[in-house]
Design a protein around this ligand. Structure first.
Ligand code: 3H9
Length: 701
């Protein structure tokens, strides 16, 4: 891409219109930076030119720096220099913010002398979500425009604001209804006519006054913001950079920002977060999908089953404007399900995260019925009933009879064979798994399970639906538990063993939380309910001695006020319980196991490494296309800390040799064959390679 291709410059009435045209998002890579610099230099050079309007094409002003350039040698002009040149140009430049202006894109607009936005524009500094801070002057210029309090909130949370709010805060001078570029040129004309020196954001000091007069202000504002960010380096650095805007002269503040940015860009946390950014976008790309495949049109959804899962799935559709029917076999379950949906929305409204009228709009999109004929209405039908193959097959026969030709038919099974479910229909090419995670209206992961006869356009449709309802789709193959739960089972087995060998639930949970998960496996078990697994084990004839013992004692988790922990009435805080300790010790004794002290290090390794080992097997079997898909599944479905980049990425950082050695050690000392290193893991370890060296592979069907 040459700079001439990505920047269009046209002359209009003695001024320039500079358009960034670097699809898909106008990322400020080297070609765009050079093109902009050339345009700004021309503006400076040609005395007949009185100023310029800078805008973007498409939905984006600019989504910021080109993230793929980080960690490589970056070429001049760098973004901070480009912006400094623009700000000092001496001729007015108006940013016409046509769409999203994010990160370096917003920083570029902050360097302009005036800003005008389209009503649909959004502006934000999301660098913190990549483990970074705004490194092209954003931490110095934004507080000068909107004050320290709001600037800190935007920079530390990374959340964007809309055009109306930007106007109220003074981030933009105006919002243009209608012709944005025309309005931008009128603004430019007015500035030229006034003949004043173009105002530089760097010179505006008045909004820093409050923080300068009160040395404790920044920390008071920052404290609640940082609390939510789990002690990560980037949010703290964001605060330090904003502090520099207040305490140092502009140039020195900029220097401090650059220093902090350089530290962060090389930090393991940011590298992991950037890995996940790209991995998330790869996880729905199939190497064998023909380029001309298009998703089918979807305007209406049908969900079968008004249970917790079905309700959450229906809410996901309604939240994004898609009307949805819920079918259940009896009125009572249906009414209970619909009431639960209303209750869930009401909780969100009472927390202030949803307006009451928006709740009503969403509820109005959800219809309940016991009449199976509405199956014919659905462009997508999602079955979310009990995990019983017979039942699901019966339902799919009914779906096959009634659903319209071309409808996408999905099962939300988390364990069953999607091929067997598809075989119950006369159109297995339309059938796949859409595995949502609980609570389905909140969790972002969507495992899309490709069965052996699923057509490409069915998969493309499921991906498109997933994106439309705010999910992160990852396409996987058929096996017991698919990718996420199959790996989770390895962790659960070790967690149970650790209890038998000498640990207590709180020891295991603490190690897992210290690693970065929001919750340990036992607190999570209590939240989900222990009785479900107990029932499945009884049906399958398998055992988990401690969990079984707890269930036999009526301890089903939070819902009974007791599980691996006890709970005070109305509280969700787990409290270690001597009664549980007694049950655990007794079970160890009954099974003839001598308990021993177990270190936090051993717990962490046995919580993490067996999952990585299972991930390797999953790759061997071509259930996943890439190691990074597994990372995405764990980050978005199971709370794996994003700053550790997912299990397979983490494994590469630790070194596969080390992981292999520890697994061998545990397999031998614990006499546990499930811990034997997978062949793929051993091969890569022997070659000194990581999972990231593996080429993308089509899913085995
Ligand atoms: C920064 O600015 C640092 C500065 O402060 C300092 C510098 C010195 N770079 O997400 P989509 C690609 S840090 C490179 O599917 P959407 C993306 O990979 C940056 N590539 O579309 C994908 O590629 P592919 C601060 C980028 O409409 C394609 O564009 N900015 C970038 O769902 C389409 O993306 C951010 O953190 C990028 N900056 O969402 C914003 N952005 O098609 C990051 C996107 O090959 N970006 N791509 O898979 C986003 O949040 C979303 O992409 C966005 C669009 C909301 C913009």
């Amino acid at each position: 891409m040459t700079s001439a291709n990505v920047v269009k410059v046209t002359e209009r009435d003695g001024a320039l219109l500079i358009e960034m045209d670097n699809p898909p998002v106008n990322a400020l890579g080297i070609a765009l930076r050079r093109g902009l610099m050339a345009a700004f230099e021309r503006l400076a050079r040609e005395s007949a030119l009185k100023g310029a309007v800078l805008t973007g094409t498409g939905r984006f002003f600019s989504a910021g720096a080109d993230i793929s350039e980080f960690g490589k040698t970056r070429e001049n002009p760098l973004l901070p220099e480009l912006i400094a040149f623009l700000e000092d140009l001496g001729k007015p430049v108006v940013a016409a913010i046509n769409g999203q202006a994010l990160g370096g894109g917003l920083e570029l607009a902050l360097g302009c002398h005036y800003r005008i936005a389209a009503p649909a524009a959004r502006m934000g500094l999301p660098e913190v979500k990549l483990g970074l801070l705004p490194g092209a002057g954003g931490t110095q210029r934004l507080p000068r425009l909107i004050g320290v309090e709001r600037a800190l909130a935007m920079i530390v949370t990374g959340e964007p604001i809309d055009a109306a709010e930007a106007k109220t805060l003074g981030l933009v001078d105006d919002v243009a209804e209608g012709d944005l570029i025309g309005a931008a040129f009128r603004l430019l004309e007015g500035a030229v006519a006034r003949g004043v020196r173009p105002p530089r954001t760097r010179d505006r000091e008045e909004k820093l006054a409050a923080a300068r007069a009160d040395s404790g202000l920044i920390d008071r504002i920052a404290e609640p913001l940082l609390k939510r960010q789990r002690g990560l380096p980037a949010p703290r650095a964001c605060v330090e950079a904003v502090r520099a805007a207040v305490t140092l002269p502009f140039e020195e503040g900029l220097k401090r920002e650059v220093e902090l940015f350089a530290q962060l860009v090389n930090s393991p946390e940011s590298k992991a977060q950037r890995h996940i950014f790209f991995a998330e976008r790869e996880a729905a790309k199939l190497p064998d999908m023909p380029a001309d495949v298009r998703p089918r049109e979807v305007n209406k959804a049908v969900v079968i089953g008004a249970g917790t899962m079905g309700g959450g799935i229906a809410m996901s559709f309604a939240n994004f404007g898609i009307p949805v029917w819920i079918i259940d076999q009896d009125h009572e379950s249906l009414d209970r399900g619909l009431a639960r949906i209303r209750e869930n929305y009401q909780i969100t409204v009472s927390r202030g995260s949803l307006a009451a009228d928006e709740m009503e709009k969403r509820l109005a999109r959800i219809h309940g019925t016991t009449d199976w004929s509405v199956l014919a209405e659905g462009d997508v039908v999602i079955e979310a009933v009990f995990e019983e193959l017979d039942l699901k097959q019966r339902i799919f026969r009914m779906i096959d009879e009634k659903a319209r030709p071309g409808a996408l038919l999905a099962t939300n099974t988390s364990t069953l064979d999607v091929n067997k479910i598809a075989a119950a229909t006369s159109r297995p090419e339309d059938v796949l798994g859409m595995h949502f995670f609980s609570p389905a209206n909140v969790m972002r992961l969507l495992e899309i399970v490709r069965a052996s006869k699923t057509s490409f356009d069915a998969i493309a449709t499921a991906i498109a639906i997933g994106r439309r309802i705010g999910k992160v789709p990852a396409v996987v193959g058929v096996c017991d538990g698919f990718v996420g739960n199959r790996m989770l089972h390895r962790r659960t087995a070790q967690a149970e063993r650790l209890l038998l060998e000498g640990a207590l639930p709180q020891d295991v949970d603490q190690a897992v939380v210290a690693f970065g998960f929001p919750m340990g496996p036992f607190a999570m078990g209590d939240l989900a309910g222990l009785d479900v697994g107990w029932r499945i084990r009884k049906a399958r004839g398998t055992k988990a001695p401690i969990s079984d013992a707890l269930c036999e004692a009526g301890r089903f988790g939070q819902k009974t006020g007791a599980g691996y922990y006890r709970y005070e009435k109305g509280s969700r805080t787990p409290i270690p319980d001597p009664e549980v300790e007694r049950i655990i010790i007794e079970t160890s004794k009954r099974l003839g196991i001598t308990r021993r002290p177990i270190s936090a290090e051993e717990i962490t390794e046995r919580m993490i490494y067996p999952m990585i080992n299972e991930g390797a097997r999953i790759l061997e079997e071509r259930i996943a296309m890439r190691a990074s898909d597994i990372d995405v599944i764990w980050v978005y479905g199971y709370g794996w800390p994003v700053w550790r980049g997912g299990p397979m990425y983490y494994a590469d950082q630790v070194g596969l040799g080390q992981i292999e050695a520890r697994l061998k050690h545990y397999a031998e000392t614990l006499n546990d064959e499930t811990l034997r290193p997978a062949a793929l893991l051993s091969r890569l370890a022997a070659e000194g390679k990581g999972f990231s060296s593996l080429p993308v592979q089509p899913i085995a069907i």
